[in-house]
Structures are given as structure tokens and as C-alpha cells.
Design a protein around this ligand. Structure first.
Ligand code: AMP
Ligand code: ZN
Length: 478
């Protein structure tokens, strides 16, 4: 078994990964807040989580990795916008209908990026999970680290920080903490550390669940952080192996998740490895809905850019590095991806064994080329190095069948759809293109190069490529 390393935010260093349960791994990813389209910055964090899961599956086997994602469907923004869109519906009904629409779009977007569907998807507004969040809040309250104020419940950070370290994922100066200062918003800065909300008392016209604590009736809804503690425990148990999210989630979201679980579930270390992806920037600023500088996959598609080109672009930068988005960079990634796809198509058409042999596993993955690839992906997801290893393979003088089997094996991690390229596509070349291709072939046989060239350009205009290989003319999608 190869060693696997991750940079762990908890220890601020790269560490060897050791799962709690020898050969099984649990991963929890903070899912989207479904009040709008996911922008490509958000999607960078899901490409990252998907890569991580694919790498774990490559090492441990598919069925030994359990990937859990939550959907944040109840919070300030989903409530606000669902009321605007469906003013005539009851608040809970409006919330569910509104968030289901954006969640559907999210799954379509992630599928276009070849992001696997998580094994387990948990919705925060699901009554069964709300019950689990309430049970967790009760535990924290019983342990003496929560208090009720004006119909809401807060976590007592001041009391907690006297006994436990507060500031595990980010450095926090707890000396500035003042007892009884509270924050109701789910998002705030770390220089503004205060007691945070576990349960928000009902506001008029908002969806709510009944809750009773310490003999008091507290209709309301969960705070943001409690959702992930309760759903993580429900889906993976406590402690579990890996938790992911963008760097902005380190504080307060993930920091507070840890402390809720420490008290409420009585575990010292709820999660062993915390992995965070850096941001996607535009003109030096973080891409974000609130900054109004974001693009969605729809924007890419309107420019005729394949969403997978964006995945390819993400692979070219380490997840721990900020990545500045430009259309030019995306266009070069699209070009690079086309080149890679064409290399694979070329192998497919020249391979003696071809598609069926591949399916029946007659060709072998080459270990000499697999090793550097594996080392790269296992070195904290070093995808730029993994892509270089793939290019080394394609440039080598290995037999085409072996090259093909190996690159298709790599694609279990890369997720660039390489397995589906090649012979299979020939069946879906439109008749119009087939006719042009046939005419071009005839022109070439008659040595009418000018006409052959004209036909090649004509074929390209329709988005197809005509190439001459040692096995004859090959038509593929551009
Ligand atoms: P949200 O839907 O706002 O809860 O965010 C979903 C995920 O996207 C979280 O993991 C965020 O940390 C992440 N995220 C938000 N903005 C960016 C960005 N500009 N670049 C990369 N990840 C981001
Ligand atoms: Zn979360």
C-alpha cells in the first residue's frame, strides 16, 4: 500500500494519512447553500473534494470510501429569497420548493464537471436531522456550555475557552473575549469572536420547528454550525477521518463545529484531518456572490467552453494555492484538454486491441508509469505533477494498448471523461460530417489536395476534426 499525505489545517503540516478504521475512509464535505447558482469558485471546492474522494478510492477501493455532503437549505439567505420568490406559500413550503430548485441545478453542474454524486446527502431542513441537532444542543446545554437568551440558544465561548483551546484551525486571541457578547449571524470575522448561536428563535413569517429546552418552548431553527456537527455524526459517527471545505469555512464554521462536537458528543478530536481549498479569485479578489464578480457554468457554456475545461484548469493548480480566473487561462485549458483528448482518441484508433479489449481488461496498466502518477496524487493531491506524469506516459514509446489502458486508469482520478473517447464516438458522427469526410477521402485518393483541405476546413466549421493517421482518416469532435 502506498503512503498517502495530506496537509492538515489542524496541525498546519503535511501528514501521512491513517484512517481510523484500517481500510475504510469517511469524508464529510460542507455542501452548497442553495439560494442561487453555484459559481465556479464554489465549484472549485467541489472539484477539489471530488478529486480527494477519487484519490482515496484509487487507493482504498471504491466501496471503502464513504463521501457525505450536506445541503444548507435553511439559513438567512435561503429563507429571505424563498419568501421573495414564493410569497403566497407557507414559509416552510416556500423554503423547500425554492431550495429544491437550486439543489437540482447544483447536481446538474457537478455532473458536468464529472464530480461524483456523494454516497450520502443530508439536508439541514430535514425534520429527522433537525431532531439530531436539537439533541446535540441539549447535550451542550446539559454540559453547561450553552445558555438561552431571548428565545435563542448560544454556545458559551468564554466559559469553553477557559478549559479547552478555542482557535484550533485559526489563531485566535481569546484574551479579547468578553462574557455575554453574542453574535446571531452565521458568518463573521475572527477578530470578532463572540458566543455563537446554536438555535435561532423564530421570527415572524419564517419557517420553524418546535423545540423545548430546560422547560422552555423555543420554536425556531438551527444555526449554521450545528447542522454539520449533527449530520457528520449521523452519517459517519464520531470521530471521523476527513472534513473538507473552502478556506473561508475554517472560521467560524469549522472551528465552531469542532467545539460543539467536543462537548456534545464527548470526543476529544471529532475529525482527524481538516482539508481546505484556497479561493478562486477574479482580478485579485475572491469570487463571491456578495462581491458580484462571479461566473457560473452557464456563462462558460454560453461561450462554447466545455465545463470539463474548467475541471482541467482546476487540476493545473494545487488546491492549496489561490487561483486567479481569466477567460484566457480557461481557453488555454480548453485547448490543452482537446489536445489530451485527441491523444487518447489517437491511441484508441491505432490500438490493435481497441475498445472491446479494454472493456474486457485485456490490456495492462503499466506500473513504471503508474508509480510517479500515484506518488503525485498521494502527495497532497499534487495534480500538476500528476498531469506531467500522464504526459510522460503519452510521450513514451510504450505500446499503444498499454498506454491507453494506463491513461484510462489515471482518468479514474483525473475525471476528464477519457474512457468514453475514441471508437465509440464514431457512431455519433452526424451524417452531414460523414458525407464531407467521404468526399475528403476521395479528394485525397485523387491527390486533389486543395479540395481535401477545403473539406477539412468545412468539417472544422461544424466542430469536428479530420486527421490522417496511419490507419486512415479519423473524424472526431473538436
Ligand atoms: P457556499 O455555497 O457559500 O456555502 O459555499 C460552498 C463552498 O464554496 C464552500 O466550501 C466555500 O468555502 C467555497 N467557496 C466559496 N467561494 C469560493 C471561491 N471564491 N473559491 C473557492 N471556493 C469558494
Ligand atoms: Zn458545514
Amino acid at each position: 500500500m502506498n503512503k498517502l499525505y495530506f496537509y492538515n489545517t489542524l496541525t498546519r503540516q503535511k501528514e501521512e494519512f491513517k484512517p481510523i478504521d484500517n481500510n475504510r475512509v469517511g469524508v464529510y464535505t460542507c455542501g452548497p447553500t442553495v439560494y442561487n447558482y453555484a459559481h465556479i469558485g464554489n465549484l472549485r471546492s467541489y472539484v477539489f473534494a471530488d478529486l480527494l474522494v477519487k484519490i482515496l478510492r484509487y487507493n482504498f477501493g471504491k466501496s471503502n470510501v464513504r463521501w457525505v455532503m450536506n445541503i444548507t437549505d435553511v439559513e438567512d439567505k435561503t429563507i429571505r429569497d424563498s419568501k421573495i420568490k414564493y410569497p403566497d406559500l407557507a414559509p416552510m413550503e416556500a423554503l423547500k420548493k425554492f431550495t429544491a430548485e437550486f439543489e437540482g441545478i447544483f447536481w446538474l453542474d457537478t455532473a458536468k464537471l464529472n464530480i461524483a454524486k456523494p454516497d450520502f446527502i443530508a439536508h439541514a431542513a430535514d425534520a429527522a436531522y433537525v431532531k439530531k441537532m436539537q439533541a446535540l444542543i441539549k447535550n451542550i446545554f446539559k454540559a453547561g456550555y450553552a445558555y438561552i437568551k431571548d428565545g435563542s440558544v448560544y454556545f458559551d465561548v468564554v466559559k469553553y475557552s477557559k478549559k479547552y483551546k478555542y482557535g484550533l484551525l485559526v489563531d485566535i486571541d481569546v484574551s479579547k473575549l468578553k462574557s455575554g457578547e453574542r453574535v446571531d449571524d452565521d458568518e463573521y470575522e475572527k477578530d470578532n469572536v463572540q458566543d455563537f448561536v446554536l438555535w435561532k428563535g423564530q421570527k415572524a413569517g419564517e419557517p420553524f420547528w418546535d423545540f423545548e429546552l430546560d422547560g422552555q418552548k423555543l420554536p425556531g431553527r438551527p444555526g449554521w454550525h450545528i447542522e454539520c456537527s449533527a449530520m457528520g455524526e449521523a452519517a459517519l459517527g464520531m470521530p471521523f477521518d476527513i472534513h473538507t471545505g473552502g478556506v473561508d469555512l475554517k472560521f467560524p464554521h469549522h472551528e465552531n463545529e469542532i467545539h460543539q462536537s467536543v462537548i456534545g458528543y464527548g470526543v476529544k478530536k471529532p475529525v482527524n484531518y481538516w482539508l481546505h481549498n484556497e479561493h478562486l479569485l477574479v482580478d485579485g479578489q475572491r469570487m463571491g456572490k456578495r462581491f458580484n464578480n462571479f461566473y457560473t457554468l452557464k456563462d462558460l457554456e454560453e461561450k462554447n467552453l466545455d465545463p470539463l475545461a474548467y475541471r482541467f484548469l482546476c487540476l493545473q493548480t494545487g488546491y492549496g494555492k489561490v487561483m486567479n480566473f481569466t477567460w484566457q487561462a480557461l481557453e488555454s485549458a480548453a485547448e490543452g484538454l482537446r489536445h489530451l483528448q485527441n491523444q487518447v482518441r489517437g491511441l484508441n484508433s491505432s490500438s490493435k486491441l481497441g475498445f472491446f479489449a479494454r472493456i474486457f481488461g485485456k490490456s495492462q496498466v503499466n506500473s513504471k508509469f503508474k508509480n510517479p502518477f500515484l506518488e503525485a496524487i498521494n502527495d497532497d493531491l499534487n495534480m500538476p505533477r500528476a498531469l506531467a506524469a500522464a504526459q510522460e506516459l503519452l510521450k513514451s514509446d510504450l505500446a499503444d494498448e498499454e498506454k491507453l489502458a494506463t491513461i484510462i486508469d489515471f482518468d479514474k482520478v483525473l475525471g476528464l471523461g477519457l474512457k468514453n473517447l475514441g471508437k465509440i464516438e464514431k457512431t455519433i458522427i452526424p451524417d452531414e460530417i460523414e458525407k464531407l469526410a467521404k468526399a475528403r477521402l476521395e479528394a485525397r485518393q485523387n491527390k486533389n489536395w486543395q479540395e481535401a483541405d477545403r473539406l477539412r476546413l468545412e468539417i472544422e466549421k461544424f466542430g469536428y476534426l479530420a486527421e490522417d493517421t496511419k490507419n486512415g482518416q479519423r473524424i472526431s469532435k473538436k
